[in-house]
Design a protein around this ligand. Structure first.
Ligand code: SF4
Ligand code: FE
Length: 482
């Protein structure tokens, strides 16, 4: 396994083509806007080295028998699935943001299932290729970007009917030694903090779309891959000298548009090639795992609840019954989320490949809750925090001689608490509910791992309505059941 320092060094060896604010980023790792997101991924390496977290953060490889970081592990039993959910909460609480590494773990696990299934039907050898690749990822303790979401163009049209054929990533050339692909993947979490990118199709496909049914892995700095960083609310505060106004000066997440401009993929890195009937299965398996991964939001919720309780105490209102009740409600919602990610893991099952999969219905129910509860938790945190969270002057005003004394005097809460501590916790709430971390805690909760409607479709498909009707009809004395 790599240490956090070795991970950072490995990123420095990459030659990524990253653009931000109209310019190429020369030093990606040390860029002040990107670096907090690298710190968050580095935490997945650092915590795996700590004895107290070994059980949650590491696992034994079913291929090599070696101790590996759980983010590179293929789930071998229910316990692995449950520990995956616990790991998400642990890291969400440690970073207060999206720590990005789950997408690659979920892509690896979905591919372990689907490459096996394709081989069973077509007599191909994708599974062996995939296991060779997985061994490489595990032995080098790599972070992988699991790249699924295509730009999609006109959402009402399938890939082959798009005016611009590149709206879904597709094969443009087949060679003796591999394939050439073109297209893009949008909203790629942690893309520039990854040494590898694993590409998967984004929707179920038919025969006409077979050129789009492609899955493969590449080094993240392969020729022809271009990254364009997404903006986040308040991101340029990271360029400022002070820490206060950043809210969480240590960690953050990022997303990027990843363009594949005629990129060559050698055959040994191709895991699906035109087997269009398996595209839907890969999407569903990845989505179910990734919906479980939204255990991370429970950990971020822990931070937000802790911040709300702290500010209530700093303001001297922690004993007010309505404040206590709001904190209870926040905890109720957050622990309900925890129930969802634990239950879909506990109700998991073994796939023919040997990989353990989560219960898909419960994973979708969990993610559906995640599209809602963090918004209510954030609303309650803002309620408790009060308006100062958004009217507070800048850190420089707390330092400038002409203004510092007034701000110290009038922004004091409980007199035993330094004014600056009160400001810090308010800025953290701002960061989590309106700033850079709100990308992860709110909008990503809404759309990451599929927008709410995607889960509703899966819920309607997976729920056993016939069984429920039978139960009702039997108890009502409808004759067929007597
Ligand atoms: Fe992982 Fe959560 Fe970030 Fe998705 S949103 S990559 S599950 S931390
Ligand atoms: Fe996500």
């Amino acid at each position: 396994m790599m240490t956090a320092g070795q991970y950072e060094q490995s990123l420095k060896r990459l030659n990524l083509k990253v653009y931000m604010f109209g310019k190429r980023v020369d030093n990606v790792v040390d860029d002040p806007i990107i670096r907090p997101s690298m710190n968050a991924v580095a935490k997945t390496y650092e915590m795996a080295m700590r004895p107290e977290y070994e059980d949650i953060m590491t696992a034994t490889s079913h291929i090599t028998g070696q101790r590996i970081n759980r983010f590179t592990h293929i789930h071998q039993n229910i316990d692995d699935l449950v520990k995956k959910s616990k790991m998400g909460r642990l890291l969400g609480r440690a970073t207060g943001c999206c720590f990005q590494r789950c997408v690659g773990m979920d892509a690896l696990n979905a591919l372990s299932i689907v490459t096996y299934d394709i081989d069973q039907k077509h007599g191909t050898s994708y599974c062996k290729r995939f296991i060779d690749y997985l061994t490489y990822v595990q032995e080098n303790d790599l972070t992988c970007d699991g790249a699924m979401t295509d730009p999609k163009g006109n959402r009402g049209l399938p890939p082959h009917k798009q005016t611009d054929p590149d709206m879904f990533l597709h094969v443009v050339e087949e060679r003796a030694d591999g394939i050439v692909v073109r297209g893009a993947k949008a909203h790629q979490t942690g893309a520039v903090n990854s040494q590898e990118v694993i590409v998967m199709p984004t929707i179920a496909m038919r025969a006409e779309d077979k050129d789009y049914a492609v899955s493969f892995a590449l080094p993240s700095d392969a020729e022809g891959i271009i990254y364009i960083m997404g903006r986040q609310s308040c991101d340029t505060r990271k360029l400022e000298a002070g820490q206060l106004d950043r809210g969480n000066p240590f960690f953050g997440g990022h997303e990027a548009l990843v363009v594949f401009d005629n990129v060559f993929v050698p055959w040994e890195r191709v895991f699906m090639y035109k087997e269009y009937e398996f595209a839907g299965s890969l999407v569903e398996n990845f989505a179910a795992y990734h919906r479980q991964s939204y255990a991370c939001k429970v950990g971020v919720g822990d931070v937000l609840i802790g911040a709300a309780q702290t500010v209530a105490e700093y303001n001297g209102v922690e004993r007010a019954s309505h404040v206590k009740d709001k904190i209870i409600e926040m905890n109720h919602l957050n622990e309900t989320l925890y129930c969802g990610c634990i239950s879909c893991a506990s109700e998991g099952h073994k796939e023919p490949s040997g990989t353990y999969a989560v219960d898909k219905l419960l994973a979708n129910v969990h993610k559906q809750n995640v599209t809602r509860f963090p918004y209510e938790i954030a609303r309650l945190a803002q309620d408790i925090a009060g308006g100062l969270m958004v009217t507070m002057p800048a850190e420089d005003d707390f330092k400038a001689p002409a203004t510092a004394k007034w701000l110290e005097k009038y922004y004091a809460g409980d007199c035993d608490v330094p004014t600056m501590n009160r400001m810090r916790i308010l800025r953290l709430i701002e960061n989590l509910t309106l700033g850079t971390a709100a990308v992860g805690y709110l909008t990503e909760s809404m759309h990451g791992a599929g927008s709410p409607q995607a889960q509703r479709i899966m819920i309607s498909r997976l729920v056993n309505l016939a069984e429920k009707k039978r139960a009702a009809q039997k108890l009502s004395g409808i004759e067929d059941f007597l």
